[in-house]
Design a protein around this ligand. Structure first.
Ligand code: FAD
Length: 413
C-alpha cells in the first residue's frame, strides 16, 4: 500500500544531485530538510549566506506526522514569510475535542491548520531555494572539523568527493546517530514513539479529536480531518522503553480503531489508504550541548526540541532553525564564532520546560480513572479548560492539570 494522493498536488522539485555541488565553497551546509533545517536555510540565505540544503530523500517525500500546525508553528511560518501560503493550502479547524478513557469529552476552542507534511516540507524547501539556497539530494554520513580556517568537511554516502563548508547545521530529525557522534546531544533513549495512517471516509468532522484511550496511556490517539474526506489517524506513547512489554502500541492502536466510536464509524464508512508508519520522538533539548567547535550546530528534533507531552515539534523545529540561522549568519559575518556558545541558552528561552510536571503527568496518566476525573472537572471549570488548552499548546505546566492541586483548584473556577 502506498501513501494516498493529496487533493493538493505537489509539483516536481528543482532538487539537484549533491555530486554536482562538491566543488563549491559553501558558507553553510544544512543536513536535513525538515522544518528545522529548511527554516535555518531560509534565514541564512536571506541574510546573504551561500547555503546548501541537503536531504537524503528526493522531495516531495512522506514524513510520519499528525500534520497539525499549532499557533507556535503558524508564528514561525509568519517569520519565514509562509503563513499565508500554508493557510491557503491547509485546512483551518477551530476546535479540539479531548476525550477521556471513559468517554468524557471536552471541547477546546483553538485554531489549528492541517497540512500534510509531504506538502509543508516541500513548500519550506522551495522557500529556501527562492531565498537563494541550493537544495540537493544526498546523505551525509560524517562531518569533520578541518580546523579553524578550513571549516567543515561533509562526507557523503556513495560519493567519494566531499562537501566543504565554513560551518554546518545538523537537522536530521529523529535520525540522531550523526549528532551523537558529533557530541551535539548526549546518548538518550527516545522520549516517545508515534505512528499514523491515513483513512479516506466521507464522515463529516469539523474538529480535531485527541483521545486518552485506556490502552494507550500514558499517551494518546488522534483523529485529524486533514483534507476533505481524508483523516490522519494515529497514536503516540510517552517513553516507550519504560513501558516495553506492558504496552504493545500497534495492538493498542488496532483496539482503538475497533472500540473508539468515531474511529469505528470512520472505518465503517471508509478505508485505511496508507501503510501504518511510525517514528521515534526526541525531547530534552535542555540537555543538548547543541554547539561544537567551528560553528557546527544541531537544529530541531535531533537535539530534542519536540514537546515531551504533546509530541508537537514542527513549530519548535522551525523556531530553533530560525534562531540557529540568525546566530550563525552573524558569526559568519563577523568571523567570530564565540557568540554561538549562547545558542543553548537562547534555545531554552524559546519554550517553557516543566520537567517535573511532565513526569508527574505521565504518572497520573497511567491511571485511566485519574484522566477521567481531570476531564470531568475540566467540563465544569473554565480555569482547568484553559490550562488543558495551554498544555496542548505546550505553554503550561502539565502538573497544573494532572495533579491533585490542579483538580482541587478547578472547584473554585
Ligand atoms: C506520528 C507522529 C506524529 C506527529 N504529529 C505532529 C503534529 O501533528 N504536529 C507537530 O508539530 N509535530 C508532530 N510530530 C513531531 C514532528 O514530526 C517533529 O517534531 C518534526 O518533524 C521535527 O522536525 P525536524 O526538522 O527537526 O526533523 P524532520 O522533520 O524529521 O526532518 C529531518 C530531515 O532530515 C533528513 N535526514 C536525516 N538524516 C539525514 C542525513 N544523514 N543526510 C541528509 N538528510 C538526512 C530526513 O530525510 C528529514 O527530511 C509528530 C511525530 C510523529 C512521529
Amino acid at each position: 500500500m502506498t501513501e494516498p494522493g493529496s487533493t493538493i498536488p505537489a509539483t516536481s522539485h528543482n532538487q539537484v544531485s549533491v555530486a554536482e555541488m562538491v566543488d563549491e565553497d559553501w558558507d553553510v551546509v544544512v543536513i536535513g530538510a525538515g522544518p528545522g533545517g529548511s527554516a535555518a536555510a531560509i534565514e541564512l540565505a536571506r541574510r546573504g549566506c551561500r547555503v546548501l540544503l541537503l536531504d537524503r530523500y528526493s522531495f516531495p517525500r512522506e514524513k510520519v506526522c499528525g500534520d497539525a500546525l499549532t499557533a507556535r508553528a503558524l508564528r514561525a511560518l509568519e517569520h519565514l514569510g509562509m503563513q499565508e501560503e500554508v493557510r491557503r493550502l491547509g485546512r483551518t479547524i477551530g476546535t479540539l475535542s479531548v476525550v477521556s478513557p471513559a468517554g468524557v469529552e471536552v471541547e477546546l476552542p483553538e485554531e489549528y491548520v492541517l497540512l500534510r507534511r509531504r506538502l509543508l516540507d516541500d513548500l519550506l524547501a522551495r522557500q529556501a531555494v527562492r531565498q537563494g539556497a541550493v537544495f540537493a539530494c544526498g546523505t551525509a554520513i560524517e562531518v569533520r572539523h578541518a580546523g579553524r580556517h578550513a571549516g567543515h568537511e561533509i562526507l557523503l554516502q556513495g560519493e567519494a568527493r566531499i562537501l566543504r563548508a565554513r560551518s554546518c547545521l545538523v537537522a536530521t530529525g529523529s535520525q540522531v546517530r550523526l549528532a551523537r557522534r558529533l557530541q551535539l546531544v548526549p546518548p538518550q533513549s527516545p522520549s516517545g514513539v508515534a505512528m499514523r495512517c491515513y483513512v479516506r471516509s466521507g464522515l463529516p468532522l469539523e474538529r480535531l479529536v485527541v483521545a486518552f484511550a485506556r490502552d494507550i496511556l500514558p499517551g494518546y490517539a488522534w483523529i485529524f480531518p486533514v483534507e476533505p474526506g481524508l483523516f490522519n489517524v494515529g497514536c503516540g506513547l510517552f517513553r516507550p522503553l519504560r513501558h516495553k512489554g506492558r504496552i504493545h502500541l500497534r495492538q493498542a492502536f488496532d483496539r482503538f480503531l475497533r472500540n473508539f466510536d468515531l474511529a469505528r464509524r470512520l472505518l465503517e464508512t471508509g478505508d485505511i489508504v496508507s501503510p501504518l508508519r511510525g517514528a521515534l520522538l526526541y525531547s530534552g533539548w535542555e540537555q543538548a550541548r547543541a554547539v561544537a567547535p567551528g560553528g557546527l550546530l544541531g537544529v530541531g528534533e535531533v537535539i530534542g526540541t519536540t514537546s515531551p507531552f504533546t509530541g508537537e515539534g514542527v513549530g519548535q523545529a522551525m523556531q530553533c532553525g530560525l534562531l540557529a540561522g540568525r546566530l550563525l549568519a552573524d558569526a559568519l559575518g563577523t568571523g567570530d564564532f564565540a557568540g554561538l556558545e549562547d545558542y543553548p541558552r537562547q534555545l531554552r528561552l524559546l519554550a517553557e520546560l516543566h520537567t517535573d510536571g511532565y513526569l508527574r503527568a505521565e504518572r497520573w496518566m497511567t491511571r485511566p480513572w485519574l484522566v477521567d476525573l481531570v476531564l470531568l472537572r475540566a467540563r465544569c471549570s473554565p480555569r482547568l479548560r484553559d490550562k488543558l488548552n495551554a498544555l496542548l499548546r505546550d505553554t503550561s505546566d502539565p502538573a497544573q492539570v494532572f495533579s491533585w492541586g490542579g483538580v482541587w483548584r478547578s472547584f473554585w473556577r
